[in-house]
Design a protein around this ligand. Structure first.
Ligand code: DC
Length: 230
């Protein structure tokens, strides 16, 4: 059976990673969470004090420090997925904080940051047998991906999902703050000059505001099987 590349793009908290992980597991493919890479660079920037109290990024400092950003993925048999490491240390938990979510879009719009991460993502994707999720996978990172999905859901559903996830992790944050952050990130991610969030022309759109995970999985798996058996 041929091993293809599957690109999944979409809005923040649209359920991309849950479905991407599910598909990767079922197909025995590698799952690559590109959002985790942008989050890890943001964690680095926060630790290096490159972001001030008002949320402004020291862009030239960030670009200068970029060669010191060393990212890897390591498989965790406990969680059953690859987890991101910054300078060799697992930061999977730290990168999901509200603090990182608040600042990630300003880091992700720096062209030099994107160039570095896109290059690494292309290398990981070129072998096939991958499910990669993000904002620019079908358009910029893997434009040749055999299957592309674009996931979307209304703000209500996305806010509730992300809020429930943070509460499960023991974080105290209001639903309003989560929704405001999603709206703000969508706005910055969609309007930045350098590879904005865009739906690829050949992407299959999944609006999952009212779809269960099983329904989405079955639909997406059906699309993948069609390509695999074509
Ligand atoms: O998928 P996520 O919410 O974990 O992504 C975090 C941020 O990273 C998101 O606000 C936009 C950015 N991102 C990006 O610009 N390009 C990608 N391929 C993936 C994420």
């Amino acid at each position: 059976m041929k091993r293809i590349s599957i690109a999944i793009d979409g809005l923040s908290a649209s359920g991309k990673s849950t479905l991407a992980q599910g598909l990767a597991k079922a197909l025995n493919y590698i799952y690559i969470d590109t959002g985790a890479m942008y989050r890890a660079v943001t964690l680095f920037a926060l630790r290096e004090k490159l972001i001030d109290h008002d949320g402004n990024l020291n862009v030239s400092g960030m670009v200068e420090a970029l060669p010191r950003v060393y990212l890897t993925f390591r498989f965790n048999p406990g969680s059953g997925r690859s987890e991101i490491c910054l300078s060799g240390r697992n930061v999977e938990k730290e990168i999901r904080s509200h603090e990182v979510s608040r600042h990630v879009s300003v880091v992700a719009r720096v062209p030099e940051v994107r160039e570095k991460l896109v290059l690494a993502q292309r290398r990981m994707g070129e072998v096939g047998g991958v499910v990669m999720d993000g904002r620019d996978i079908g358009t910029v990172v893997l434009p040749e991906a055999e299957v592309k999905f674009f996931m979307t859901a209304d703000l209500e559903a996305r806010g509730r999902r992300r809020f429930d996830e943070l509460v499960r992790r023991g974080r105290s944050v209001s639903l309003e703050a989560v929704q405001a952050n999603l709206l703000e990130r969508d706005q910055i991610d969609s309007t930045r000059d350098h590879s904005p969030l865009l739906q690829a022309e050949d992407a299959i759109v999944i609006d999952n505001s009212n779809l269960s995970i099983e329904e989405q999985f079955d639909h997406m798996m059906g699309c993948v099987q069609q390509v695999l058996h074509a």
